[in-house]
Design a protein around this ligand. Sequence first.
Ligand SMILES: Nc1nc2c(c(=O)[nH]1)N[C@H]1C(S)=C(S)[C@@H](COP(=O)(O)O)O[C@H]1N2
Ligand SMILES: [Mo]
Length: 193
Amino acid sequence: MLPADRSLPPGQRLVSPLPVMHYGPVPRSRPERWRFTIGGATNDGAEREFTWAHLMALPAAEMVADLHCAKHWSVLDQRWSGIRARDMIDLAPPAENVDQVLVFAEYGYAATVRLEDLASARALLATSLDGVPLTPEHGAPMRLVIPHLYSWKGPKWVRGWNYLTAPERGFWEERGYHMRGDAWLEERYAYQE
Ligand SMILES: Nc1nc2c(c(=O)[nH]1)N[C@H]1C(S)=C(S)[C@@H](COP(=O)(O)O)O[C@H]1N2
Ligand SMILES: [Mo]
């Protein structure tokens, strides 16, 4: 039952515990070979690559957040920790005319996210969930979490992003889902754009 002082975005129902939901197989986590790449329209046009050790040396961040799947289920109060997406934007900034980003993961999954949403205070590159390192099914070693957007905008097994100067659709955006995907505005489907 939904606690009396909580609300869910429109059209969502509460489930528990967190389901495992994704398209395709679960990749094996190999942090030693892992790289995080930021490319596309960066401020100087250069692509930047970061090692796992580099990212783990950044300030740690933690948040409690709900997760909203566009398939109408929500889970309350996950405790995520990791690093802020904003810190990565500062290390590899976009060119001035960028307002969208294509965040990509293993096996070709990608999601379109507005730069403003990626830079928001609660956008986290999470490495642990409820106090333990992410399991492979939930995105080890790292996944993006942006709580106010539907959770397809948070690639598990995330490997970087490209700054966009023209709109580009990710995996679900190409299959009829919304470019922005704000759960509180119920931006589920492309026809609403
Ligand atoms: N790489 C990747 N990330 C993904 C997906 C996917 O198919 N591939 N599915 C998304 C969707 S639709 C949801 S609802 C959440 C589910 O996260 P969970 O499996 O940890 O509950 O992962 C998101 N991240
Ligand atoms: Mo989802």
